[in-house]
Design a protein around this ligand. Structure first.
Ligand code: HEC
Ligand code: HEC
Length: 414
């Protein structure tokens, strides 16, 4: 348990620790190599025919979705997923009992949070926005701009044990955590069943394995867009949304270069895929002092690589359920989809005054795909209709992904 925790804490510590040699080739969109040009969104692009059964586990994969990559030491199982779901929604996972993963990742908002930036269980502020977790199993790298955080197992330990900032506040509190978990009858049954053959299944590594397994079931592919493109329902998309999809995939708007494939991001990996590259882009949200700088500590890939050209580079998020996940961007600084479109149309955001003042359009570090474009009011509405067509109402209401714990009042005496 201690070993797993410290190995994973290393991944946490890396946030402030440059490792340029490992990053030499990470994220190069500013160079516009051929391989940086994404393909337009298309139903079967790069989707191999992998059977949807992993050992005894039957995936509920949406039509057209490939199988996610699963670490060899953490095969999927239904009981592990169920354990992970209990842990994800359990405030006992925070030291003071005030927060669970779901506090910052609520299902109703596609597991994204309403605040611009997070606040942890002890009141510490997180500099970034909690992104949605739909299809998180497919992300090449995890969090907004960390090329070293590659598995959901590793990532789970960040909110649990991280101190910069404190989220769930469990650093040094493992004995107390496991005392709480062991005392719960559901865990006494679920841990040994999820990890059979282990003398004591209550370990940090197993908590991370179970939570990660649950997260791999957060699959969203039931939007109007999916019904039309994968389900053959030619009436699912409105005329406006269809026009919006064309605009999205046009060389005028360029969106598809970074938001492509079945998950609308160029940061996608899956079982049976060929080579893989971590990609990060500067979308010119900031241009402090005309140097292209972003406000600290949110300097993106640069915070880890230390390379000047990585300033402001972030992972392109999936746009699935994007209408449900406002506010937007790594710091929650864009309030609405209309504002997001205006930012791209302007070729970068202009911050008129204050410490973050600067004209994004003039940033020397801006991606070559962020060029700005003219867009009519009608086209703008169509593009937004398309983005809204990526919402999956079944996903945000799916009982299999919901809080499994009885509501507090089932325990009330009166
Ligand atoms: C205090 C709020 C908070 C809590 C509690 C929290 N998270 Fe997060 N989560 C965030 C923020 C903020 C980010 C973005 C972090 C970054 O980019 O550095 C994030 C990112 C993530 C990501 C990366 C998603 C992606 O697309 O790369 C995953 C996965 C995740 N959280 C899972 C969890 C799990 C599992 C738990 C519980 C063990 C949890 N979170 C608890 C705020 C929170
Ligand atoms: C050069 C790559 C690139 C291009 C081109 C691009 N995006 Fe993005 N997009 C990103 C990145 C990177 C982010 C996150 C930026 C950040 O947080 O600093 C993002 C964020 C977003 C978000 C916010 C999502 C969220 O969950 O916060 C929306 C909406 C969006 N893009 C829509 C579009 C649309 C529409 C277009 C075309 C007009 C487009 N993007 C073009 C890379 C790109």
């Amino acid at each position: 348990m201690r070993r797993a925790a410290s190995a994973l804490l290393l991944a946490i510590g890396l946030a402030g620790c440059p490792a340029p040699s490992e990053l030499a080739d990470a994220g190069t969109d500013a160079h516009l190599h051929d391989h940086d040009h994404g393909e337009p969104v298309s139903p079967d692009a790069g989707t191999p025919d992998v059977p949807a059964v992993d050992g005894a586990y039957a995936w509920r994969l949406p039509t057209g979705f490939p199988r996610p990559v699963v670490p060899a030491d953490n095969p999927m199982s239904a009981v592990k997923v169920e354990l992970g779901r209990h842990l994800f929604y359990d405030p006992r996972l925070s030291d003071n009992g005030t927060q669970s993963c779901a506090s910052c990742h609520p299902q109703a908002r596609a597991f994204a949070e309403e605040r611009a930036t997070s606040v942890g269980s002890t009141g510490q502020s997180h500099p970034r926005n909690a992104m949605g977790l739909a299809n998180v199993a497919y992300n090449t790298t995890l969090t907004w701009a960390n090329p070293l955080l590659l598995t959901l197992e590793q990532q789970t330990l960040v909110p649990m044990f991280g101190r910069g900032p404190v989220e769930l506040g469990l650093a040094g509190r493992e004995p107390q955590l496991f005392a709480r978990l062991r005392a719960e009858a559901r865990y006494a049954a679920l841990f040994p069943r999820a990890f059979p053959g282990e003398a004591d299944a209550f370990t940090v590594a197993n908590v991370a394995r179970a939570v990660a397994s649950f997260e791999r079931t957060l699959l969203s592919g039931g939007s109007a867009y999916d019904r039309q493109v994968y389900g053959g329902d030619t009436t699912a998309l409105s005329e406006a949304a269809r026009r919006g999809a064309e605009l999205f995939n046009s060389e005028r708007l360029e969106c598809f270069h970074c938001h492509n494939g079945f998950n609308f991001t160029d940061s996608t990996r899956y079982e049976g895929q060929g080579s893989l590259e971590a990609r990060f882009h500067n979308t010119a949200l900031y241009n402090l002092g005309g140097t292209g700088a972003y406000p600290a500590p949110n300097t993106g890939l640069h915070a880890i690589s230390g390379r000047a050209e990585d300033m402001g580079r972030f992972r392109a998020p999936s746009l699935r359920n994007v209408a449900l996940t406002a506010p937007y961007m790594h710091d929650g600084s864009v309030a609405t989809l209309a504002d997001a479109v205006d930012h791209y149309a302007a070729g970068g955001r202009t911050v008129a005054s204050g410490p973050n003042a600067g004209v994004g359009r003039e940033s020397p570090l801006r991606s070559g795909f962020i060029t700005g474009f003219a867009i009519t009011a009608d086209e703008r509405a169509s593009l937004i209709a398309f983005l809204e067509s990526l919402s999956d109402p079944g996903f945000v209401r799916d009982p299999a992904l919901a809080d499994p714990w009885p509501s507090p009042c089932e325990h009330c005496d009166d």
